[in-house]
Design a protein around this ligand. Structure first.
Ligand SMILES: [Zn+2]
Length: 255
């Protein structure tokens, strides 16, 4: 069976077993296989890859390597000095919007609270996620590498952190979104946009104390939920501050 000598760079090593990290290793492949399938057989989803160099030149995902060829694989956002550089990513999405897999409900809620368009449903299966990502031009966030290997997913990323707050920091950093945070502009329940609403229009939906102490209200344009300044508990507001501070590097100690 033919084989190539593969070397993965930077965070792509996270996908490999320890013995294969930061080192060249042999990977067998079926004759005529595309390099995309060979690197995925090694455990690395193609959506994480920005650049593949074979025999000193950059190649596309459909490149068919020869037996014994040396192949270097670089991640998205890794800056490398390779000429000529043929990046494999399509043009970046204009708006940063997300669709999240079933494991990331808490992260979806945090992203919405930070103002990001984050579609999530516990009933979305892998095929649905791939379709939504493609059709609605949403970045697929997932804890399941298998979803990223589906063809058709061009914008997806594997979320490495396991805890929701750390996941939010990871996403903000990865897509450089600190400057785009707009807290409390989107409904954490349904992802709808919040708009100002007159107190008189929502009076009958408020508890007596809320009626007494608050005057500024927002309502979700999609589900009708009413929000006011006190409706987000202080621990939640503190969590959002921690996330934005860590993502923008203002709180290095949190790493
Ligand atoms: Zn809503």
């Amino acid at each position: 069976m033919p084989s190539v000598l593969l070397r993965f760079y930077a965070e792509l090593n996270d996908f490999l077993p320890p013995s294969r990290r930061q080192a060249e290793f042999a990977q067998d492949f079926g004759t005529g296989a595309a390099v995309k399938d060979i690197v995925e057989a090694a455990g690395v989803p193609h959506t994480e890859i920005d650049l593949i160099v074979a025999g000193g030149r950059s190649v596309g995902f459909d490149y068919r390597p020869r037996d014994g060829e040396h192949i270097s694989v670089y991640p998205i956002f890794e800056s490398v000095d390779v000429t000529p550089v043929l990046h494999l990513r399509p043009a970046p999405l204009r708006d940063t919007r997300f669709v999240l897999d079933v494991h990331l409900g808490k992260l979806a809620r945090l992203l919405r609270l930070l103002g990001f368009d984050a579609r999530y449903g516990h009933d979305l299966d892998d095929a649905e996620l791939a379709r939504i990502s493609r059709d609605e031009r949403r970045i697929l966030l997932t804890r399941d590498r298998g979803v990223l290997k589906r063809s058709g997913v061009t914008h997806g990323t594997y979320v490495r952190a396991s805890q929701a707050e750390a996941q939010a920091v990871e996403v903000l950093r990865r897509f450089d979104l600190s400057g785009a945070v707009r807290p409390f502009t989107r409904c954490p329940r349904c992802n709808g946009l919040l708009r100002p609403v007159a107190k008189a229009d929502v009076l009958d939906r408020l508890e007596p104390k809320t009626r007494l102490y608050f005057d500024d209200f927002r309502q979700c344009a999609s589900c009708g939920q009413v929000y006011w300044q006190g409706s987000h508990a202080e621990p939640l507001q503190a969590a959002l501050r921690r996330i934005t501070n860590r993502a923008s590097g203002m709180d290095a100690s949190a790493d």
